[in-house]
Design a protein around this ligand. Structure first.
Ligand code: NGS
Length: 367
């Protein structure tokens, strides 16, 4: 009798173990079938199945650390702590402590190699990418710069902007978008291409975009290259030939939008070939979508425009186009763009995207 019951008990626990083992396998299999394969799940499964290291829950609930709380804190010296080490860092401050006020623009007239050498201590990664090492960056920012035939100005831009951005402790990338020589320059279209290509190239990394003219250099460290809740016009006061250009109705020069805001307004119009109007069109789109444009005050929002001769022809159609901005904005922009990517050059200080487009085709497509 006792022998029989022991046998029964033995059989019972053995079948229970088998059952538990099968259920665990089934559970893991179902998770994969359902495509539930998030990072955190991977990390915890990795731990559960293969590790005897303990995950210490993040007990620091200060405001700064809340955004980190989804990441497990791993005991020091473990391999995983090295692998996932970045998650242990605290967020970089919203406004870095070392920012002072006005800064002089540095001029540069050496070669590109000399420029690269002069910036070699900044640890800029290929393609003009950078991220702070001492903290986890709050903002991932792409600078989109329509560009053609401005080598000397570009050197001054890079000489000033790389150290300026690094002081802000943001993660950033610098993208120049250049049309083939025979094409009419189209600033809005090039901004749209920069938005699309910079996201494609980085697997959708960027969250915030600075649409930036190459001839504008910030003159104050308190101009933060991040995206606040509303679109921001950064170059609110531009010193151009010794006079200050400013106005509530302007939105060109340097402006900041989040990825979502850019998508919501369908980007820039693709139809402004030549100088003028595309920034006014963009501003109408933003206001029409119930966003408010913010600006820094006169003491902060200061840029210097580097002198150059203009080689762009003025777009005589711009006022006609502006009359129909609102009517057209849902069908003319990111969702209707067509271009050819001719080349992508990964430089030491920037990524250059070389493109071509068919002016007549794009204009006919809408009208
Ligand atoms: C407006 C242009 C804008 C231009 C702004 C500032 O008149 O595209 O001047 O120009 N709009 C039209 O022509 C419709 S600036 O002072 O930078 O030369 O951005």
């Amino acid at each position: 009798m006792i022998k029989k019951s022991l046998l029964f008990l033995g059989n019972f626990s053995f079948s229970k173990i088998i059952l538990a083992f099968l259920s665990l396998n089934l559970f893991i299999f179902l998770l994969y079938v359902n495509g539930i394969e998030s990072n955190s799940l991977n990390i915890s499964l990795k731990y559960f199945l293969f590790s005897n290291e303990t995950i210490v829950p993040n007990s620091n609930n200060s405001k700064e650390n809340l955004d980190n709380s989804t990441f497990p804190t791993v005991s020091k010296n473990s391999n995983l702590s090295k692998e996932y080490g970045i998650y242990n860092k605290t967020l970089c401050p919203m406004i870095p402590a070392k920012l002072h006020g006005r800064i002089p623009v540095k001029y540069f007239n050496g070669t590109f190699i000399e420029l690269e050498n002069s910036l070699s201590n900044l640890s800029i990664e290929k393609g003009g990418l950078w991220s702070p090492k001492e903290c986890k960056p709050r903002y991932k920012v792409a600078l989109i710069i329509p560009y053609r035939n401005r080598e000397n100005i570009l050197k001054i831009f890079l000489k000033n902007l790389h150290p300026f951005l690094q002081k802000q402790q943001i993660e950033y990338g610098i993208y120049l978008i250049e049309p083939l020589q025979n094409l009419t320059f189209n600033r809005g279209l090039l901004m749209n291409i920069g938005f699309i290509e910079s996201l494609k190239k980085t697997n959708q990394k960027w969250e915030c975009f600075m649409f930036h003219d190459v001839d504008l250099i910030p003159e104050d460290e308190r101009i933060i290259y991040s995206c606040p809740e509303q679109p921001r016009h950064l170059s609110a006061f531009v010193t151009k030939f010794n006079t200050i250009v400013s106005g509530e109705a302007l939105f060109g020069g340097v402006s900041a939008l989040t990825k979502d805001q850019m998508k919501k307004v369908n980007g820039y119009s693709n139809l402004y070939f030549g100088w003028g109007g595309e920034d006014d069109d963009f501003r109408y789109r933003i206001l029409q979508n119930n966003f408010k444009i913010t600006r820094y005050p006169l003491e902060i929002g200061r840029y210097l425009m580097i002198r150059h001769t203009s080689d762009q022809k003025i777009n005589s159609e711009r006022f006609n186009l502006l009359k129909k901005t609102v009517e057209r904005m849902k069908t003319d922009g990111l969702n209707s763009i067509e271009y050819k990517l001719n080349d992508m050059i990964i430089g030491k200080l920037f990524t250059k995207v070389i493109v071509s487009y068919d002016e007549n085709y794009l204009l006919k497509k809408i009208y």
